[in-house]
Design a protein around this ligand. Structure first.
Ligand code: ADP
Ligand code: ASP
Ligand code: MG
Length: 226
């Protein structure tokens, strides 16, 4: 029995059909006997839509309120995925960043994770339940909602994997692997079987956005197989 953390990005949860497919995959893994935590992004386009809405309301949206609005996309996805899992006979529970106590500093829009509370997740996992966590969001020491920067759900997944000492953190997205360069721009890009954390960081610092840089830093620091 392994403990696996999976993260599904925006395009992977971009429609009801796609969320259904994610639920099929997650429930199959859980039924095979593994313990599973899933971190999800907002449905594709949703975070941009929420940012545009805020900018329409205010010429300079308050950073605290910006985090309140842009964190809502992920809350929709955790509920939909958990409903789909329950419909498939797979016991599961959803959690927001506040509920799971994904504690961060107070830098709205680019908060850093300080601590992840594992008790509730462990209790669910030990009871055979899949844990579905909203990516990209946290809570500061005063109870304010924070967000981790664009692409931050990757970091949510890695932080949970590190905190739970998971066997593996798996990032699912709309390409089938990490390539030498963005395969959407360069058709000659080659898929890599392995890449070191250092190489991945270098790639990210050159602008490749397949993983949020912080997630790679985190994985390197805590030795999370990613
Ligand atoms: P998600 O919404 O799942 O987090 P992202 O859009 O953040 O997905 O990241 C996936 C995208 O990263 C791919 O669609 C691809 O165009 C891009 N990408 C950039 N550099 C690379 C690379 N070196 N290898 C693979 N994909 C890359
Ligand atoms: N929904 C957030 C974003 O679009 C976080 C993520 O997808 O990782 O940036
Ligand atoms: Mg991303």
């Amino acid at each position: 029995m392994a403990l696996i953390v999976q993260k599904y990005g925006g395009t992977s949860v971009g429609s009801i059909e796609k969320i259904g497919k994610v639920a099929d995959k997650v429930s199959a893994l859980a039924k095979s006997g593994d313990q599973v935590v899933v971190a999800v992004s907002a449905m594709s386009g949703e975070t941009n839509r929420l940012i545009a809405l805020a900018n329409e309301m205010s010429s300079k949206p308050h950073t605290r309120e910006m985090d309140v609005i842009i964190s809502t996309g992920e809350q929709v996805t955790i509920a939909l995925l958990t409903m789909a899992l329950l419909d498939r006979g797979c016991e599961a529970r959803s959690y927001t960043g506040t509920q799971i106590k994904m504690l961060t500093d107070s830098v709205h829009g680019k908060a850093r994770i300080r601590e992840v509370q594992c008790d509730a997740m462990r209790e669910d996992l030990n009871a055979g339940r899949v844990v579905v966590v909203a990516g990209f969001q946290g809570v500061d020491e005063h109870g304010n909602i924070t967000t981790l920067g664009r692409g931050g759900s990757d970091t949510t997944a890695v932080a949970i994997a590190a905190a739970l000492k998971a066997d593996e953190c798996q990032i699912y997205t709309d390409v089938d692997g990490v390539y030498t360069t963005d395969p959407r721009i360069e058709p000659k890009a080659r898929k890599l079987d392995r890449i070191t954390f250092e190489e991945m960081l270098e790639m990210a610092s050159l602008g490749s956005k397949v993983l949020q840089i912080r997630s790679v830093e985190f994985a390197g620091k805590y030795n999370v197989p990613l």
